[in-house]
Ligand binder design. Structure first.
Ligand SMILES: O=P(O)(O)OC[C@H]1O[C@H](O[C@H]2O[C@H](CO)[C@@H](O)[C@H](O)[C@H]2O)[C@H](O)[C@@H](O)[C@@H]1O
Ligand SMILES: O=c1ccn([C@@H]2O[C@H](COP(=O)(O)OP(=O)(O)O)[C@@H](O)[C@H]2O)c(=O)[nH]1
Length: 470
C-alpha cells in the first residue's frame, strides 16, 4: 500500500505546548502505523536564527518530521492570518476578525516554505493528507513545485456561510487554493452545504449530487467526514479507576452533590461566558438546585498571546467571581474554574463522575469532548449530555439535550431537566449515542477519507454525501 504522509500544523503527540492527544492524533497515528509513513509539520517551537530547522525521528514504521518557525513566521502565519483572521471567521465571529495583508503574505510564504521542505521527502506514489485551516495553500505550493501525488485536505473547523467567508479579503484566493487538492473533506452536512454554496454562488463552479466539483478550471471531490473517537478505549480508561489521586480527592470534596462538567480550550468559540450565565440562571430560577450541584469548568490556556483570548479570559474570571460571590456559601462554591490542562485518563474519570456534560460552544467543527463525555459514562447509571446545536457533534448525537447557547433560560431549563432525568431515559439516550460512537468511530472517519483520496470510494458513502442531496 502507498505510504501515507500527514501534514498538519501541530504534529501530535510530540509537540511541546500542544494539545494532549485527542481523537485526531490517535486516529491519524493508527493509520500511519498501518501503512507506514510520515507526519510532517511545525514542531511547536519558535527558533532564533541559525538553529537547526528540520528534525526527523523514526518510531517503528512512522517518521516524524518537524520543523521550527522563526518569530516572524509564527507571528504572521500562526498568530496572525491563521488565528486572528481565519479562526474567528470560520467560527462566525467576523466582529473579532483582524486582517493585515502582510500576515496573509506571511501565511502564503510559510505554506510555500513548508511545502518546499516536504518535496524532497516525497516518493512518487505517496498520498498526502493535509489538515486544517493553517495549510489551505499547501497543495497549490506543492503543485507549483511539480508534485503530482494525490493530495487531500480536511477542515476540522466549521466551513462558514459564504456571506461570512467573503469578509476575509482574500477569500477567492483561499477557495481557489482549496481546489488544488484532489479531495476536500469537511465535518458535517451543514459545512458541506456552505462549501457548495460558495463554489456555486461565489466562484461560479458546479457541484454534482455526488460531490464532483468543477471550479477555477479544476476538478475535485468534496464530502462530509465527521471525525470520531475510539469510545471503548475512553470507556475502559474511565472504568479502570487508574486515575491519579486528584480525582479521588475531587470526588471527596463533592460529597453528595451532582457535578456538571465542561472541558474546553479557553476559546471564545466555546461559549464559556454564555454557559456560566446560564448556570447562574439555573441557580436563580431553581433554588432547589442551590448547594446540590457544582459546575466545574476545566479551561486550559490556548493562543494566549492574542488579545481576543486575553480579553475572554479576564471576562470569564470576573464572571466566575461574580456568580460565586452572589450564590456561594461557607461550605459551597457554585463554579470551580480551572485554567489548566489535564491528561486524558484524568478527564475520562472526571467525565464519569459527572451527572451532566455541559458542552455548549457558539460554533465548533466537531467537539470531541462531547463524544468523550458520553463514552466515559457508566452504562448502568449514565450522565446526560447537554449539547449546543452549533457543535458539529450535534448532527450525530441525537440522544443529547440539544440547546441554543444564546438562549440562557433554555440552557438553564435543559440543565434542570438533565439533573433530574430518570435513569431509564438516561440509559436509553446513552445506548443510542454509544451505538453511533462505535458505528462512526475515528477509524471510519479516516478510512472513508482515505478511500476517497485513493480514488477507491465511488460513489462516496451516504454519510459523506449528506448535505449535497438535501
Ligand atoms: O493548535 P492550537 O492552536 O493550540 O489549537 C488546538 C486545535 O484546535 C482546533 O480543533 C479542531 O479539531 C477538532 C478535531 O477535529 C474538532 O473536534 C474541533 O471542533 C476543532 O476546533 C483546530 O482546528 C486544530 O487545528 C488545533 O490544533
Ligand atoms: O485539559 C485538557 C483539555 C482537553 N483535552 C483534549 O483535547 C481535545 C479537545 O478536542 P475538541 O474537539 O473538543 O476541541 P478543540 O480543542 O480541538 O477545539 C479532546 O480530545 C480533549 O479530551 C485534554 O486532553 N486535556
Amino acid at each position: 500500500m502507498a505510504r501515507l504522509i500527514i501534514v498538519s500544523n501541530r504534529v501530535a503527540p510530540i509537540s511541546e505546548g500542544g494539545p494532549a492527544a485527542g481523537g485526531l492524533a490517535v486516529g491519524v497515528y493508527d493509520a500511519l502505523k498501518e501503512t507506514g509513513g510520515m507526519w510532517f509539520g511545525w514542531s511547536g517551537e519558535i527558533l532564533g536564527a541559525g538553529q537547526p530547522m528540520l528534525t526527523v525521528t523514526q518510531r517503528g514504521p512512522v517518521t516524524f518530521a518537524t520543523i521550527g518557525l522563526t518569530r516572524r513566521d509564527y507571528d504572521q502565519y500562526y498568530r496572525g492570518f491563521s488565528n486572528a483572521t481565519l479562526w474567528p471567521t470560520l467560527h462566525y465571529r467576523s466582529d473579532l476578525t483582524e486582517y493585515d495583508r502582510s500576515d496573509f503574505d506571511g501565511y502564503r510564504r510559510v505554506n510555500a516554505w513548508l511545502a518546499a521542505r516536504l518535496v524532497p521527502l516525497l516518493e512518487p506514489d505517496d498520498i498526502v493528507w493535509v489538515h486544517d485551516y493553517h495549510l489551505i495553500p499547501f497543495a497549490e505550493a506543492l503543485r507549483l513545485a511539480g508534485v503530482r501525488n494525490r493530495l487531500g485536505f480536511f477542515l476540522h473547523t466549521p466551513f462558514p456561510a459564504a456571506q461570512v467567508l467573503t469578509t476575509v479579503p482574500p477569500h477567492a484566493e483561499l477557495v481557489r487554493a482549496l481546489t488544488c487538492y484532489d479531495v476536500v473533506g469537511v465535518q458535517t452536512a451543514p459545512d458541506l452545504r456552505a462549501l457548495v454554496d460558495y463554489i456555486v454562488c461565489e466562484a461560479g463552479g458546479t457541484v454534482t449530487h455526488d460531490g464532483r466539483v468543477d471550479a477555477f478550471g479544476r476538478t475535485l471531490q468534496i464530502g462530509a467526514f465527521p471525525i470520531g473517537i475510539y469510545p471503548d478505549e475512553i470507556a475502559s480508561l474511565a472504568a479502570s479507576g487508574s486515575e491519579d489521586d486528584v480525582v479521588h480527592a475531587m470526588r471527596d470534596t463533592m460529597g453528595a452533590r451532582k457535578l456538571i462538567i465542561s472541558v474546553d480550550r479557553l476559546d471564545y468559540s466555546k461559549g464559556l461566558l454564555e454557559r456560566f450565565r446560564a448556570f447562574e440562571t439555573l441557580l436563580e430560577h431553581s433554588p432547589a438546585q442551590r448547594q446540590q450541584v457544582t459546575f466545574m469548568q476545566i479551561a486550559p490556556p490556548t493562543r494566549a498571546d492574542l488579545h481576543a483570548y486575553q480579553a475572554m479570559r479576564s471576562k470569564l474570571e470576573s464572571e466566575a467571581g461574580r456568580i460565586n460571590g452572589r450564590f456561594g456559601e461557607l461550605h459551597w462554591t457554585p463554579i470551580r474554574y480551572i485554567h489548566r490542562q489535564y491528561d486524558r485518563a484524568v478527564l475520562a474519570s472526571v467525565f464519569r463522575a459527572a451527572a451532566v456534560g455541559y458542552v455548549t460552544p457558539l460554533r465548533d467543527g466537531m467537539n470531541l469532548v462531547a463524544k468523550e463525555y458520553v463514552a466515559a459514562q457508566d452504562p448502568d447509571d449514565p450522565g446526560v449530555l447537554v449539547l449546543s446545536r452549533f457543535a458539529g457533534a450535534a448532527q450525530q448525537m441525537h440522544g443529547a439535550l440539544i440547546v441554543n447557547p444564546i438562549d440562557r433560560v433554555g440552557m438553564a431549563e435543559a440543565l434542570d431537566r438533565a439533573l433530574s432525568m430518570p435513569r431509564d431515559e438516561r440509559r436509553s439516550r446513552y445506548r443510542d449515542m454509544m451505538k453511533m460512537l462505535r458505528d462512526e468511530n475515528v477509524s471510519v472517519w479516516r478510512d472513508d477519507f482515505l478511500r476517497a483520496l485513493r480514488g477507491e470510494a465511488w460513489p462516496l458513502p451516504e454519510t459523506a454525501r449528506a448535505g449535497l442531496t438535501d
